[in-house]
Design a protein around this ligand. Sequence first.
Ligand SMILES: *[C@@H]1O[C@H](CO)[C@@H](O)[C@H](O)[C@H]1NC(C)=O
Ligand SMILES: *[C@@H]1O[C@H](CO)[C@@H](O)[C@H](O)[C@H]1NC(C)=O
Ligand SMILES: *[C@@H]1O[C@H](CO)[C@@H](O)[C@H](O)[C@H]1NC(C)=O
Ligand SMILES: *[C@@H]1O[C@H](CO)[C@@H](O)[C@H](O)[C@H]1NC(C)=O
Ligand SMILES: *[C@@H]1O[C@H](CO)[C@@H](O)[C@H](O)[C@H]1NC(C)=O
Ligand SMILES: *[C@@H]1O[C@H](CO)[C@@H](O)[C@H](O)[C@H]1NC(C)=O
Ligand SMILES: *[C@@H]1O[C@H](CO)[C@@H](O)[C@H](O)[C@H]1NC(C)=O
Ligand SMILES: [Zn+2]
Length: 786
Amino acid sequence: MARINNPLRALAALAISLAALVTSTITGDPGPGGTAPVRPFRLDQVQLGNGLLQEKRDRIKEFVQAYDERRFLVLFNNQAGRPNPDGVEVPGGWEDGGLLSGHWTGHYLTALSQAYADQGEDIFKTKLNWMVKELALCQDAITARMHDANGTKGINSTSSAADWVPTHPGYVGALPEDTVLRLGPPRWAIYGSDLSKNTWAPWYTQHKIMRGLLDAYYNTNNTQALDVVVKMADWAHLALTIGDKNQPGYTGNLTRSDLNYMWDLYIAGEFGGANEVFPEIYQITGDPRHLETSKAFDNRESLFGAAVDDNDILVVPADRIPGRRRAQRLHANTHVPQFIGYMSVFEHSGEQEYFDAAKNFYGWVHPHRHFAHGGTGGNYPGSNKNSELFQNRDNIANAIAEDGAETCTTYNLLKLARYLFLHEHNATYMDNYERGLFNMIAGSRADESSTESPMLTYFQPLTPGSSREYENTGTCCGGSGMESHTKYQETVYLRSADGSALWVNLFIPSTLEWAEKGFAVKQETSFPRADTAKLTITGDGPLDIKLRVPAWIRRGFQVIVNGIPVSDATASPGTYLTISRTWASGDVVEVKMPFTLRIERAIDRPDIQALLWGPILLQTIGAPPENQTYHQLSLYSHLKLDGDYVRAATVQLSPKGDPVFTFASNVGNLIARPYYIGDTQAASAYFRRVEPNIVFGSLDTKIANRKRNDGLPRYDVPVANVTSPGNDGPTFLDVVWDSAPFETHDAFVRTVNDVVKSFVAQGVFTQEEGETIVKGATDAKDGLEE
Ligand SMILES: *[C@@H]1O[C@H](CO)[C@@H](O)[C@H](O)[C@H]1NC(C)=O
Ligand SMILES: *[C@@H]1O[C@H](CO)[C@@H](O)[C@H](O)[C@H]1NC(C)=O
Ligand SMILES: *[C@@H]1O[C@H](CO)[C@@H](O)[C@H](O)[C@H]1NC(C)=O
Ligand SMILES: *[C@@H]1O[C@H](CO)[C@@H](O)[C@H](O)[C@H]1NC(C)=O
Ligand SMILES: *[C@@H]1O[C@H](CO)[C@@H](O)[C@H](O)[C@H]1NC(C)=O
Ligand SMILES: *[C@@H]1O[C@H](CO)[C@@H](O)[C@H](O)[C@H]1NC(C)=O
Ligand SMILES: *[C@@H]1O[C@H](CO)[C@@H](O)[C@H](O)[C@H]1NC(C)=O
Ligand SMILES: [Zn+2]
């Protein structure tokens, strides 16, 4: 029975035009960053070498390889009315038929394509191709229900789950199409678990599947995956314009106001980076509707405009909630990915406000809500107990709650930092990326094999004495974790769009094959277990190599080309050093970047500190004593002019080469070790600094090491029982040692003198006390020199 507007025919026509478009309309390179001034390499152009990250990767690859991929199709087949083999079970967790089902299928697709790109083992591609083919069949079966002879009722199906007819063609999912459409008008479904009427994060789920398909296309050239994802995008456009048209009470196309209202529903607005995929599909197909779809996700009632204006409203007082529907505290992993999507819109539309919004938003998270392990988000006294939400601005010490720092939020923060870097090349983004990668991401995987469980973290609490828990089949963090550990090589190298420069961002053993340019680079390093790297160049010709000089460098950074040191005059930490030369095969670049042991103070409470070894956060092992919230350490008496806290510890290497530090504390020896170690030991990421007197080496001036009043803490939204602004600040010795390393003892005394002057001027010390302090610093010469 022919219908005049046969959508199947329209789809077939689109598929044909798509095939033509794929090769003809691409501008730039496919994928994120494809139009940026600095661009990524394809994942298969970089191979990860042996070391810490390869160990983590291999454990996840073992899990991904062993997993029965048919389990990811069970729920999809049910919705498509297709049979499932006997005895194949759904993955479980949130991938159990409940309202988030389908997201893990997408994560698994991404993990498979990344695992394949990495070392080219056929098993990953075989699994991937099978899944894509099955998803395509599910998509066709669902759409076909719109056109059966009678046009209204479902096909003869093996499962009652398939007894629904889609409103728009192209949908595929592990749940009925209705679970997505009901989010909007006229029903405005709310968060909950009732399959027949509630919603969870339907666009989040669609996004993960679409991302997985796009990654299959980018990483393995699977064109069927592209075909399926373009049809999903066509469906999404109809779903977000025409919407739920078969519902009683339907009043017409969705308006901007409807969309804004949808995205402000708690969690349902967690559309992940759904907006990120559509501009990419626009680039591939040339169809401007997909760019429109991406903008449909703009959160313009309660966040977008504030981000453009750099007005931080992630947490607001109860009486100043913007918009009709948003919560007082925003959900971290809902919003970080939105801004990834805005970067995607910016890349393909050039509209500056999207870039500004993303950049400003990132600035609200880092440094204002950024923990030492690279994470963000958590509770604080007086807030509701939902650790997935952002803490108030500038709250670190009072947000070290029992939970906090969801792992998938860090996965997304890294994506956002990388995206911003491609456009702005500010080294700070890479310092943050490195911090998150080597700590929270590496630390999210348990250091043991399992083919039953991904053994990944959800929250990574900072509470003193807490331990990590690993598992997470079916959760957001388990899904993004499968991705994180199969793409460790993605940001090691970047290239300028014109091919004139190679950016070396991370010290990770790896080999880059840059065939288009005729260069290969082999990077040998045991970083972060060692602080040197060696790059061997194959290829001849001019090229700028831009080498990252990490912000954590304190002294001794050196770059040596073919045995000759490159002037390090311009190598200031937190920048890139450019080596411009005509390279010849066999050229060797050696990088020496001595690690020092440093402390980082919480921005709201200076005596709450973290220990860092290069980019690596060190955790003290065990729970603090019962009468202390934190482990306590006194360290200043150990310091020499170089300011390296390693002088306060003894260091030993574990059999794997991980440094283990031993400090003397008021309760005996304290052991500290790298955060990336993945076990369930109770540990603390922050400790409390106790420095009662002004000491210089063993010389005790007997003068109290008083604090400067910096008005800390200073929160934008109050914390119960904490005065803000307060009167806390760094101690005298904190301020002095912030200027380390000191070239000479004289330079040290000059600094002490300057700090004394400013503390005396502020009334912290009397003139006499100041003189005693300067005298102490002068007399302590022998104790301070190395
Ligand atoms: C389609 O309509 C025909 C004729 O009215 C009827 O016999 C048949 O059962 C209908 N099929 C379905 C699937 O509803
Ligand atoms: C079609 O539906 C009928 C009636 O419910 C059922 O008897 C039959 O087994 C179904 N056929 C298939 C292939 O599912
Ligand atoms: C995909 O195609 C590109 C371009 O033809 C090619 O360079 C790349 O090696 C292919 N990737 C895979 C995994 O086959
Ligand atoms: C509703 O949306 C559809 C699909 O995008 C579009 O073709 C149509 O013009 C819109 N209708 C109105 C009244 O805006
Ligand atoms: C604030 O202090 C009061 C009095 O000590 C206490 O009862 C209350 O529980 C505290 N509130 C919070 C949120 O810690
Ligand atoms: C890089 O970003 C940081 C953090 O936002 C900022 O302080 C710094 O000024 C920026 N550097 C440059 C060169 O723009
Ligand atoms: C905690 O208890 C230990 C051992 O009893 C004692 O040495 C220490 O001073 C106490 N610390 C505090 C902060 O009360
Ligand atoms: Zn998560």
